[in-house]
Design a protein around this ligand. Structure first.
Ligand code: GLU
Length: 404
């Protein structure tokens, strides 16, 4: 069976470190198996989705060298959702609900106050056809829930977390559609995964309980669920979930002079027991990509490590790879000369200035100036060509052997 994976970002912001990792891992998983990696734009939330972010997501992926084999957009697929929804309604597995957000909030608070889990009580299932007609005649439009089958325990073998078990009775029937007809994430995602032939869903562990619900959706839609794997969340170097990580975008990393290869090398291995190796390219990373190497402990993302790794990557970049980003006049020999000093390609300008001058002398105090002048004088008087039998200048000794 061909492996088909997908990356499904909502275009409500730029890609950040966390979802770049998800994209990368799905791409590597597909690439390793000679499969396909698809991009799905989850833009059912018309209010929060922006075209500029759709563009930015495509650009950021391209910059990282992650090339999808196809693209779908949820906003273009409402006819499929409508058709699947009608089928589910016929089967009686979706049902209309009329509670206001305020009423739902109250129900939740009462349950929590009694020390009970805030699970939706399915009150809407008890409404008679007349009661529903009455509500609709006074302009109450229902939202819709998916009816979980309480008689079927939910189980899957997670590619990272191992055996998973959920009791559906401990979950609320999820709202799948709003009163205005718009879709929430859960059902369209399952419909699309079926339509796109997705074999493997790899995503963050914040989706584990969604998976439980979606497994029953796949079944209700007449499909067998894909394989699932959930990665531990990313935390900052200090070990805490960091706000900064959620906003550390591909654009910010690029502006900070981080090379795409650096991001790929670090994120490919983050959360696994394998060492990060800047020398590995995408093909080598794909070859060694292995879900069983992922641990369940939060993966630590250390920005300082990213910068250290970037220096290693920069030192290996050829002149051709960076020519367009170098200061005017800098040739291959110039790049080779300054490259070992750089952590970021952008620093080449300063070094080129050192090479080509003029250099502005810093303002020294009198003592430093005196010292530098006598040092310069001493150096000028030195005989730099030292023959084997030459006496050493006073104060010097040879403690080491000469290099051969
Ligand atoms: N749009 C969803 C998200 O960004 C997709 C989750 C999934 O991979 O199914 O969280």
């Amino acid at each position: 069976m061909t492996i088909v994976t997908r990356f499904a970002p909502s275009p409500t912001g730029r890609l950040h470190v966390g979802n770049i990792r998800t994209a990368l891992h799905n791409w590597l998983l597909a690439k390793q198996a000679g499969g396909r990696f698809l991009l799905r734009i989850d833009d059912t939330d018309a209010e929060r989705s922006r075209e500029e972010y759709v563009e930015a997501i495509r650009e950021d992926l391209a910059w990282l060298g992650i090339h999808p084999d196809g693209e779908e957009r949820q906003s273009a697929r409402s006819a499929s959702y409508e058709a699947a929804f009608d089928r589910l309604a016929m089967q009686g597995v979706v049902y209309p609900c009329y509670e206001t957000p305020h009423e739902l909030d109250l129900k939740r608070k009462i349950l929590l106050g009694r020390g009970l889990p805030p699970i939706y009580d399915r009150a809407a299932l008890d409404l008679s056809a007349e009661q529903r007609t009455e509500k609709e005649s006074v302009g109450e439009t229902p939202h819709w829930r998916f009816k979980l089958d309480h008689a079927r325990p939910i189980e899957w073998l997670d590619g990272i977390r191992g055996e998973q078990h959920f009791d559906p009775a401990q979950l609320s029937d999820p709202v799948i559609r709003r009163g205005d007809g718009s879709w929430l994430y859960m059902l369209p995602s399952a419909i699309d995964d079926i339509a796109m032939g997705i074999t493997d869903v790899l995503r963050g562990e914040d989706h584990v309980s969604n998976t439980a619900v979606q497994i029953q959706m796949f079944e209700a839609l007449g499909a067998s669920p894909p394989r699932f794997a959930h990665e531990a969340l990313l935390v900052g170097a200090e070990g805490k979930l960091s706000k900064r990580l959620g906003s550390l975008g591909a654009d910010a990393l690029r502006d900070a002079g981080i090379e795409p290869q650096t991001i790929v090398a670090l994120l490919a291995r983050l959360g696994t027991s394998d060492p990060v190796d800047a020398a590995l390219d995408a093909a080598a990373l794909a070859e060694s990509f292995d879900l069983s190497r992922f641990g369940r402990a939060p993966a630590k993302f250390d920005e300082a490590e990213l910068h250290r790794l970037n220096a290693v990557v920069v030192h290996a970049l050829s002149f051709e790879e960076v020519a367009g980003r170098l200061p005017g006049g800098m040739d291959a020999a110039g790049w080779d000369a300054v490259r070992p000093n750089l952590s970021h390609v952008g620093e080449a300008g300063e070094w080129w200035q050192v090479v080509t001058g003029p250099i502005e002398a810093p303002a020294f105090d009198d003592e430093t100036r005196g010292f530098l002048e006598s040092a310069a004088q001493t150096l000028a008087d030195l005989d730099w060509i030292l023959e084997d039998d030459d006496p050493l200048p006073t104060g010097y000794s040879i403690t080491d052997t000469w290099p051969a």
